[in-house]
Write a protein that binds this ligand. Structure first.
Ligand SMILES: [Zn+2]
Length: 526
């Protein structure tokens, strides 16, 4: 969109514009409405919109800076006239440079501008129109705060006809709405909870409607005979659970405009999962809008500095499929990006029942959700291997030796140990052996770590002394070192499947034996 960056800048001047035009904002942030005859200050900026929008509690108008300019100075709201007489006028006023056109706008550009304004208007109506009882009750179930609803753009319309009428008042005819996909009755009706889908800059580009009659209609259909007239009548008007206006589904991450700026990102399947996560304070959450997480999503995230993905799918079969696809996808995509981490959250499925993250978080709270076990895609791929575990371990150890971060190498080693049930010590020995044949910087580090470990083994008393009083988080990292320094680990230590007989055995012996087993294993894949 040619005017988008300028538009974003202009929105920052909304308050300045109002005050220079004589609107007096009191110390509570309220002012008298200039759209209707206001006796008390009924207007305030809509929280969560960074003063892009204000709302009047008297007449119900919700307005951005361009509409304010229309109401205060009678300037056009839409079309080319809007561009020339409102948009460029405000840009000049606030010294925001508009790219110069030595030509007239093309019809396509004019059309695009009009469509853009129509989507903005519809997004505002979704927030400001009176919601039906059905929508209100669904929102009460979710328990999302008003600020969350506004920052996402979630709400509903009073009725289809009321919506069409409001759009018409703003200069968008029903025919025009039909042309641009904004007249879908299945979305813009009172039985639909409407989600505004925004691009990564927060501009509305589509709408998704959750059909609130869906469950009820399915139940009614199940009771009827498929041959009956009632069945075909009901089936013909039965809308899917989710309907959305057309948009490039695979390129948008729902909620990304709010999650931007975080280096880690929670990726959910459903919009509601993402909104609940934000509502509970997990502000780095997005949803894939019913698509698979793909290269476009990855690219968008990487460009915005995301280096850690935490993916959470429903605990049903679809979710499981999504999990595998996700693990495979990251395995391919991140081969050359060892700086990027991707993990999957295991959502518990009591009695094989479907649980989605939204329900889980609302029932158990954010802490319980964050405490759920997470494993990297590396684990899932190793886990689903059908080849023998020694072959798998050898291959995955090679992948670990590509990881520049020592903490991540350690984490991968632990996950590989868990997936293959081979002891960590053995995997470390294997890594050491492979590293000693390589010339890379990482290999050198691993070999040096091995030498330090040897030193630790010879001086257990010093190591024990050095590890006294370190914080639990740090202690976890030094766990293998401590194991060597302290021959009798506490019974609470994580169980490790032992390849060696479970008799009393010194650690030196155990490591020795592990090394022998490893050498034998290495012989196999030479
Ligand atoms: Zn008003």
């Amino acid at each position: 969109m040619l005017d988008s960056p300028v538009k974003d800048r202009l929105h920052q001047f909304h308050r300045a514009y109002l005050t220079t035009r004589g609107v007096s904002i009191n110390n509570k942030g309220r002012w008298k409405c200039f759209v209707h005859e206001d006796t008390a200050p009924s207007c305030n900026f809509v929280p969560g919109t960074e003063e892009r929008l204000w709302h009047c509690h008297g007449c119900g108008v919700t307005s951005d800076i361009f509409d304010s300019c229309h109401y205060l100075e009678g300037r056009p709201q839409n079309g080319v006239a809007w561009f020339k007489e409102t948009f460029c006028y405000l840009a000049a006023e606030f010294n925001v440079e508009v790219p110069r056109f030595d030509r007239e706008l093309t019809p396509e550009e004019e059309h695009e501008m009009l469509v853009d304004r129509a989507f903005e208007r519809a997004a505002r109506l979704v927030l400001s129109m009176q919601h039906s009882d059905m929508v209100r009750s669904k929102l009460a179930d979710y328990g999302w705060s008003p600020v969350i609803l506004r920052s996402f753009g979630i709400g509903g319309v009073t009725s289809f006809s009321a919506y069409v009428e409001e759009m018409d008042k703003a200069g968008f005819s029903l025919d025009f709405l039909k042309d641009i996909g904004l007249a879908d009755y299945r979305i813009f009706r009172e039985q639909s909870l409407i989600f505004t889908i925004k691009d990564h800059n927060g501009r509305p580009i589509a709408f998704a409607g959750r059909n609130l009659l869906f469950e009820q209609e399915v139940e009614a259909l199940e009771k009827l005979s498929k041959e009956s007239l009632e069945y075909s009548a009901l089936e013909s008007k039965h809308a899917p659970k989710y309907v959305n206006t057309a948009f490039a589904k695979g390129q948008i991450l729902f909620g990304f405009h709010l999650a931007r700026g975080n280096s880690s990102l929670y990726v959910f399947e459903g919009n509601a999962d993402c909104v609940t996560a934000h509502n509970l304070g997990l502000l780095n959450s997005v949803a894939v809008c019913g698509a698979r997480f793909n290269e476009k999503h990855l690219q968008l995230s990487l460009e915005n500095g995301v280096r850690h993905f935490i993916c959470c799918f429903d605990s049903d079969n679809g979710g499981q499929g999504g999990k595998e696809a996700f693990a495979e996808f990251f395995d391919k995509q991140l081969e050359a990006r060892p700086d990027v981490r991707a993990e999957l959250i295991d959502l518990p499925a009591p009695d094989g029942q479907k649980v989605d993250p939204d329900v889980f978080m609302r029932r158990n709270g954010l802490k319980a959700f964050r405490d759920l076990p997470r494993r990297s895609y590396f684990y899932w791929n190793a886990k689903k291997e059908t080849r023998d575990r020694v072959t798998v371990a050898g291959e995955y150890v090679r992948k670990i030796l590509l990881q520049p971060d020592p903490l991540m190498r350690y984490d991968m080693l632990c996950q590989l140990s868990e997936a293959t049930t081979l002891p960590r010590e053995l995997l470390f020995e294997s890594a050491l052996q492979q590293a000693s044949r390589q010339d890379s910087e990482i290999a050198k580090q691993v070999v040096a770590a091995g030498q330090r470990l040897l030193l630790f083994k010879e001086q257990p008393a010093q190591v024990k002394a050095a590890l006294t009083g370190v914080s639990p988080a740090v202690e976890k990292v030094y766990e293998p070192v401590r194991k060597i320094a302290d021959p009798a680990p506490k019974p609470t230590a994580a169980p490790v499947v032992k390849l060696v007989p479970a008799r009393a055995q010194s650690d030196a012996e155990r490591v020795n034996q592990a090394a022998k087993a490893n050498a034998a294993a290495a012989e196999q894949w030479k």
